[in-house]
Design a protein around this ligand. Structure first.
Ligand code: HEC
Ligand code: HEC
Length: 429
């Protein structure tokens, strides 16, 4: 175990050096307890399903749709090409050199679901675990990495080295769930028909997931747009008080929430607020306020997972340095951004929730949370969050339109060049 952890750390250090970022980890300290915990956290973040294969494979039968009829499943199967098209990523470091050469030479049929099965056997599909019995795919589970990691595309588009913590804004979670041969567990929970479930899932689109759907059953905003939110970064959270777009709780709280209620892992979970049948009719009915299992595959993993998330390196975007310098003065001064986005975490220095009216926005998503407020999004590493847009639902397509919004909302009176300077500063955070 210790040897495995040390090997993991050396690999981690190597990856960190390759990606050119700075980390507190050095291999010489690999045996000290915090680093062992860190390595364990990384293992959990990347590979642990918390037993959720009982849901994704066992209940939804997703593995059968992945395998396809030719490989003991149903339908045409999920080819590597189709998997990449849904935004799933492949960890190139798991592909043996000979196989990599064959792929490069065009000798691997990327339209054959059998190849997807090989990738799953190599544990190369980021955030998706295949469970094999003899030669058959017997189940499938997901990990945190499926939504909160991408790759650097160094081998090919969608194939490369892992970037843990980056939100996967290509991932079409709704399309993947729709592949499931058995949607009864979902239609039973939500008490709607399959057509309705499919309509909701199709509306999500790439980079989005709805963590509140299984609590309140709301598929759409009042204007008809999807109720799903953008997948956020899992890096840049150290020193931030409340988490999620609407401040549900701390990192360990939310990690437990997700592992139990969203991934459907096997663990224990408590949150009395989910007994509020007015706000959370689905959760109250299903008893999500208190979940108990004989075996708890979640709770003991929370400390390591927490530590790992807080240690994730934050990418830094390229930006015009002179403009950025002028932008910082505006951010901390005339534009009043740091009233809420306080450096270094760029969320409030303390209680970090705001009424929707303070940022001139609607209350729909805020009201789907016990807080009825929005949390000030930590801004560092924004370069990894550009795809899909800004604010919880991506309503602003560019940083410039975010700044335009604040300019109107807070009556800032910024000139065109001041707006550009602010954008330059935020882009480089
Ligand atoms: C199916 C996609 C998906 C999976 C799997 C997933 N998440 Fe998330 N995660 C999201 C979305 C979407 C949100 C935003 C939820 C919200 O604000 O309502 C989120 C929010 C978060 C946040 C809050 C970020 C912030 O800015 O405060 C953390 C931390 C987090 N997830 C960690 C995890 C961990 C750890 C796991 C594994 C146990 C995990 N997530 C699994 C999609 C996912
Ligand atoms: C009153 C507090 C407050 C002030 C002042 C404020 N923000 Fe925000 N900011 C928020 C909140 C809350 C959100 C989350 C909104 C959402 O997700 O719907 C946010 C979101 C953002 C986002 C989107 C981040 C993402 O990943 O989606 C950006 C960018 C941003 N703010 C930049 C700024 C800039 C630039 C200024 C100054 C012109 C500013 N903010 C002023 C509270 C504030």
């Amino acid at each position: 175990m210790a040897a495995a952890a040390a090997a993991g750390l050396i690999l981690y250090a190597a990856v960190v050096v390759v990606s050119g970022t700075v980390s507190a980890v050095s291999s010489s300290r690999a045996q000290s307890p915090p680093n062992r915990l860190l390595a364990r956290g990384r293992q959990i973040f990347r590979y642990d399903t918390f037993g959720d294969q009982a849901f994704w494979g066992g209940a939804l039968q997703l593995h059968r749709a992945i395998a396809g009829k030719a490989n003991g499943g149903v339908g045409s199967g999920l080819s590597p090409k189709a998997a990449l098209a849904t935004g799933l990523k492949v960890d190139a470091t798991k592909i043996p050199r000979s196989v990599a050469a064959a792929i490069k030479a065009g000798k691997v049929n990327l339209n054959d679901p059998k190849v997807t099965l090989s990738l799953l056997r190599l544990n190369a599909v980021v955030g998706v675990r295949g469970f094999f019995q003899r030669n058959r795919l017997a189940s499938v589970g997901i990990t945190c990495a499926v939504c909160h990691s991408t790759v650097d595309n160094s081998f090919a588009p969608g194939i490369g080295r892992r970037r843990d913590g980056w939100p996967n804004r290509d991932l079409n979670v709704g399309a993947i769930i729709q592949l499931a041969p058995n949607k009864k567990p979902i239609t039973d929970l939500l008490k709607v028909d399959e057509g309705t479930v499919n309509k909701v899932l199709s509306a999500w689109g790439p980079g989005k997931f709805d963590a509140e759907l299984f609590l309140d059953g709301k598929g759409f905003q009042p204007d008809g747009k999807t109720a799903a939110t953008l997948i956020p970064a899992a890096f840049g959270l150290a020193g931030v008080n409340l988490h999620t777009y609407t401040g549900w709780g701390s990192v360990p709280y939310w990690n437990s929430f997700v592992a139990n209620l969203e991934m459907h892992g096997i663990g224990n979970f408590d949150d009395d607020r989910l007994n509020d049948a007015r706000k959370f009719p689905v959760a109250a009915r299903a008893g999500f306020a208190h979940v108990r299992h004989k075996r708890d595959l979640v709770t003991s993993k929370l400390p390591a997972l927490h530590l790992y998330q807080l240690s994730l390196p934050i990418p830094r975007g390229r930006t015009d340095r002179a403009a950025s310098k002028r932008g910082k003065v505006l951010f901390d001064g005339k534009a009043r951004c740091s009233n809420c986005h306080m450096p270094p975490a760029f969320s409030d220095a303390g209680w970090n929730l705001h009424d929707p009216a303070e940022i001139c926005t609607d209350s729909f998503q805020a009201n789907r949370s016990p807080t009825s407020r929005y949390r000030t999004t930590p801004l560092r590493g924004i370069v990894a969050k550009i795809k899909g847009g800004f604010y919880h639902d991506g309503r602003f397509k560019t940083l410039r339109t975010v700044v335009d919004h604040y300019n109107t909302c807070l009556k800032l009176g910024l000139s065109g060049s001041q707006k550009s300077d602010l954008v330059a500063y935020v882009r480089g955070l």
